[in-house]
Design a protein around this ligand. Sequence first.
Ligand code: MEV
Length: 444
Amino acid sequence: MSSRIPGFYRKSIAQRRAAAAACSGLPQEAFAAIDDGALPLEVADGMIENVIGTYALPFAVAVNFQIDGVDRLVPMVVEEPSVVAASSYAARMIRDSGGFVSTASAPVMLGQVQLVEVADVDRAVAALAEHRQELLTRARSSMRRLVERGGGPVDLTARILARPPGPDGGVVVVHLHVDCRDAMGANLINTLCEEMAWPLAELCQGRPGLRILSNLTDERTVTVRCRVAAASLAEQGSANDGARSASTRGAEVAEAVASASRFAELDPYRATTHNKGIMNGVDAVLLATGQDFRAVEAGAHAFAARSGVYRPLATWRLRGEGDAAELVGELTMPLAVGTVGGALHVHPGARLGLAICGATSANDLAAVVASAGLATNLAALRALATEGIQRGHMSLHARVLARAAGASGELLDRVAAELADSGDVRIECARQILHRLQASALER
Ligand code: MEV
């Protein structure tokens, strides 16, 4: 079913659940997993240590997403207003030009075994190369179930990090490259690293140091691309439109977004904020689907700096002219996510998040996460390149305050609109507007 649900934000929570159920094919009862207090204290107590309660955040869905030809609702858990609205808005423009298109690498994670006090590091690296096949066979035999599912260790590489003398003597790091299929893979990798540490140390005549996965998962990346017709970027009803056509105005906005992209490509200070806008969407989906967002954050920023300079994860270019002008966006980032294991075993909301977006594999989920990131990036750049982000933020904030002041139904829209237009977005003003509108309704 289509994820294009006009006026979704105007519906009540019950109506939104009904629409989300219809779109995702889930029964409405499934949404009980995100009711008040849906994470039982005893489950929370089993998840981490020293539990004294649970902590709730809003769970929303972004609409309009079409990814690889499939309509999807995108679950988001986030405390920041406008992330959900902005990504839905960008996804709508993108779907009109064909939606998001993704490609993903094999889900290969890296495990690191550090070897210290290696007497002859060159001989150690040569021995590792010579015994690579039998070491891989040994590694595979300790991960039979993963191998049966089509994954498992696929390579073993080594690098010299230090030569003696030095505080750790000769240091060699061995990388175990493991296809983790639909698991995020941290436990699989860490277990393998611990099992392989002594055999590797003996072969290298050294001592095992750390044995742990690397969060720089640069062999597990996803790329999403999208196009946006320039005309659809034009500001609606802009005051100084004059006689200019939507495609002319749109081309100007598209060029401003491309210029914002170039700014991020030239300046790490801007690239950091640009990437923060991407992580707004990325982290929201990661949280809603029970992923290790710290792992993805660490990997994303290390990947962004892999050239030695911190760079944007996504770039935008203007292509074509006139009515054919379009903005082309591309995001590549490492995404270590899983659709089995981790919090998904126990957290009902995370399982629902996964079901809502219909991700059936880790790569599928990575495409959804990255599309959300590219969408929030486009929405932020478009706003920054035109009216600035504060107007949109303020109108959303005005809605929050109008609701807090007690407005509902049709009055909610009117109070929010008047409050935003007044430029004085405070709760007292929302109350005054509400009282005035209520009084004038009574007089009629
Ligand atoms: C705010 O959460 C995110 C932005 O700062 C991103 C950006 O500047 O591109 C608006």
